[in-house]
Design a protein around this ligand. Structure first.
Ligand code: PLP
Length: 674
């Protein structure tokens, strides 16, 4: 994979218009969602449907027998497509990859003693869900898997029962296209047999990988026990999935409890409850109900058309790798005027020789402005739709992959969820971090022009040539006709303490409740839970908070007299990690009152923080943070004081301050910050 040959298939340009009339003038770049079916495929399929009489299988009529034999031939043809020897493997037709995963999960949960489930961090949601059925489950990253193979067992042994273990991972992540070693299957099998005598079964999710790469199961010893696929991701049609089972692993399915029409030889119902499952072939015992006959028939046309249009899967792999490399390099090289990159890349570069298993033709990234602010995915989607590109954005059904790429901690994701964030929400930048990614993915029928148009689009709409202004004065004309500047915007991070001047040129979020970070914190009395105010404690005015985003800290300094031994500065992380705060369930936790209103603040645990503020003010108090969404009504009325500077020609340094002029925070933002 790493040494993937890359060569553009020029034939694709010649067939594109003819074979894909449904594209019109759209630019389709979501092949990892589903790829496109060709006109040849649909024409072949329609011709066969018109020519053949297809009965329901499992009966003696000629039409039924014909359907049966077509299906068995296609089953063989598909196995051969993956170089899988039919004496070593069986193919079970399922609705989609997820249904294949569920069949395996059903079998394992049939074990009376339960089973252990281990899954890779980059797993699709459909693999993650199996954990609900397992006695024990654990999410592993690649290093964990390598260590496990090396040592023959996991350090964090979750149980002592001898239970069957299932390990599942994607051959290629559907989120960023990263690939994972196919050799893990064989290594885990032999490592586990050598050391603890308990077999580890492997489930390979090849849904994304097989779409543009040859999946080679020619060596049954190194192959996964279970492999799942989605055929529509390879051919665009039919809507069908496959589960390829190594015959050696067949006994696992004896544990499966459910049976349906088609999977049993005899069933007794009334006095005695007994049934005889079909035993001759695994697929007969697992394909419940009527097979998706017409979809399976279409698979033959799909294989035929695919071969005719693109050649082998190796040819498709080399064509798509060529395009992915161009796309990745192109996005990476787009820079703003100040030299900052426009795209933050999450996929491995196809040219990166150090990457162990490489990357499929998928590029995941996010966009940033020239000042480093994240571009909202909802905004991006609106523009991309207008320009007729088809790409995918968001969490992409890959919770572990997205969290790792974006550095989202579990508590942040939970907090985003409680703040109302859902997959596809408009508000997708939360607490300064994106909650999803942009995914551009290529397929067998992608062209150079698709890639180049997308690169040109990013350049046209997201590359900014501006240099940051040294001072962000924005001139506007006041009601009386004089020219005014916004000189300063202050926020008051800790209620009733000193202000913090927003540094010029710093982008600053405006939330529904006011300017970000304004009265984010307060000081509360240890005994009463009341928020302290400057009226009562005038020294609070000498407490000066400042916010340092690069260090991720709120730094508080005290500018008044103190005993020599006392500290004059303390730093508090900006993070809202719940570990920093007293748990709401502790008896110590209390309601705070701010301006007479009951508010449940989050109170810092640290004794250091409490001592620092208590020594300054001479009362037992500590720092507290308002919950997300702000401190209720008080914050909605945030007042921002603006110093207006009126330049008067020939009179240097004449400055007039109108410190009580108040604007709504929204209009200040528009008037001044950029
Ligand atoms: C698409 C995809 C799935 C889900 O496939 P379905 O056909 O929707 O069940 C699972 N895993 C990966 C890696 C995928 O790309």
């Amino acid at each position: 994979m790493k040494d993937q040959p890359m060569a553009y298939n020029h034939r694709v340009d010649a067939i594109r218009n003819e074979e894909f009339p449904m594209l019109h003038d759209g630019i389709y770049l979501d092949h990892a969602g589903t790829t496109l079916y060709s006109k040849s495929l649909v024409d072949n399929f329609a011709a066969e449907m018109m020519a053949s009489l297809l009965g329901n299988p499992h009966s003696a009529s000629a039409s039924s027998q014909y359907t049966m034999s077509r299906i068995e031939n296609i089953r063989h043809r598909v196995l051969r497509f993956f170089n899988a020897d039919p004496t070593e493997f069986d193919l079970v037709f399922v609705a989609n990859a997820t249904a294949g995963i569920k069949l395996v999960s059903d079998a394992f949960r049939g074990f009376p003693e339960g089973f252990n489930y281990l899954y890779h961090q980059a797993s699709h949601t459909s693999l993650v869900g199996v954990r609900q059925e397992a006695g024990n489950s654990l999410c592993l990253n690649s290093d964990d898997v390598d260590k496990w193979i090396e040592q023959g067992h996991l350090e964090t042994r979750t149980d002592t029962h001898p239970r069957a273990t299932l390990f599942a991972y994607p051959a290629q992540s559907n989120m960023d296209g990263r690939r994972y070693p196919l050799s893990w299957c064989q290594k885990l099998r032999s490592a586990s047999l050598n050391t603890c005598g308990r077999q580890v079964y492997t489930l390979l999710d090849a849904a994304a990988y097989a779409a543009t790469s040859p999946l080679d199961l020619s060596n049954a010893d190194t192959a996964p026990d279970f492999t799942v696929l989605s055929f529509y991701k390879i051919f665009g049609f039919p809507d069908l999935g496959g589960l390829i089972v190594k015959r050696e692993a067949t006994p696992i399915f004896k544990q499966r409890r459910y049976f349906g029409g088609g999977t049993v030889d005899m069933v007794l119902c009334s006095k005695e409850q007994w049934h005889a499952p079909k035993t001759q072939n695994l697929h007969e015992a697992l394909e419940d109900g009527t097979l998706p006959i017409h979809n399976i028939i279409a698979l033959d046309s799909a294989l035929e058309a695919h071969d005719k249009l693109y050649g082998s899967m190796a040819d498709v792999a080399s064509h798509t790798s060529f395009l992915a490399s161009r796309l990745h390099r192109g996005l990476e090289s787009i820079r703003h005027g100040n030299g900052e990159p426009v795209c933050v890349m999450y996929s491995v570069s196809p040219d990166d020789a150090a990457a162990s298993s490489g990357n499929g033709p998928v590029v995941a990234f996010n966009l940033r402005s020239y000042l480093g602010a994240w571009i909202s995915l909802a905004e991006f989607e609106k523009l991309v739709v207008l320009k007729k590109f088809h790409v995918r954005t968001g969490g992409l059904c890959n919770p572990g992959g997205v969290a790792t790429a974006l550095g989202l901690e579990p508590w942040e994701m939970k907090q985003n969820f409680s703040a109302g964030f859902r997959c596809g929400s408009e508000n997708d930048i939360i607490n300064g971090k994106p909650t999803g990614v942009i995914r551009v993915s290529l397929g067998a029928m992608s062209t150079l022009s698709d890639v180049d148009k997308f690169l040109a689009f990013i350049e046209e709409f997201y590359q900014e040539d501006r240099q940051p202004q040294p001072v962000s004065y924005t001139e506007s004309v006041a009601d009386d006709g004089t020219s005014v500047f916004v000189d300063t915007i202050m926020v008051y991070p800790i209620k009733s303490c000193g202000g913090f001047r927003i540094p010029a040129g710093t982008p600053w979020a405006v939330r529904p409740e006011g300017l970000a970070w304004d009265r984010e914190w307060c000081l509360v009395h240890h005994g009463t839970g009341l928020a302290l105010s400057q009226k009562r404690y005038p020294h609070m005015a000498l407490i000066r908070p400042s916010i340092d985003f690069s260090a991720g800290q709120l730094t508080v300094t005290y500018h008044g007299p103190l005993p020599d031994t006392a500290r004059t500065e303390i730093s508090v992380p900006l993070s809202i990690n719940p570990e920093l705060f007293q748990s709401v369930d502790t008896p110590k936790a209390m309601q705070s009152r701010v301006c007479g209103e009951g508010i449940s603040t989050m109170i810092y645990k640290s004794d250091d923080i409490a001592t620092f503020f208590s020594e300054i003010l001479g009362v037992p108090c500590t720092l507290a943070r308002f919950p997300p969404g702000g401190s209720g009504n008080n914050k909605a009325n945030t007042m921002v004081f603006i110093h207006l500077q009126i330049p008067i020609r020939s009179q240097s340094a004449s400055e007039y301050c109108y410190p009580t002029r108040v604007l709504s925070s929204q209009s200040i933002y528009q008037a001044s910050l950029f």
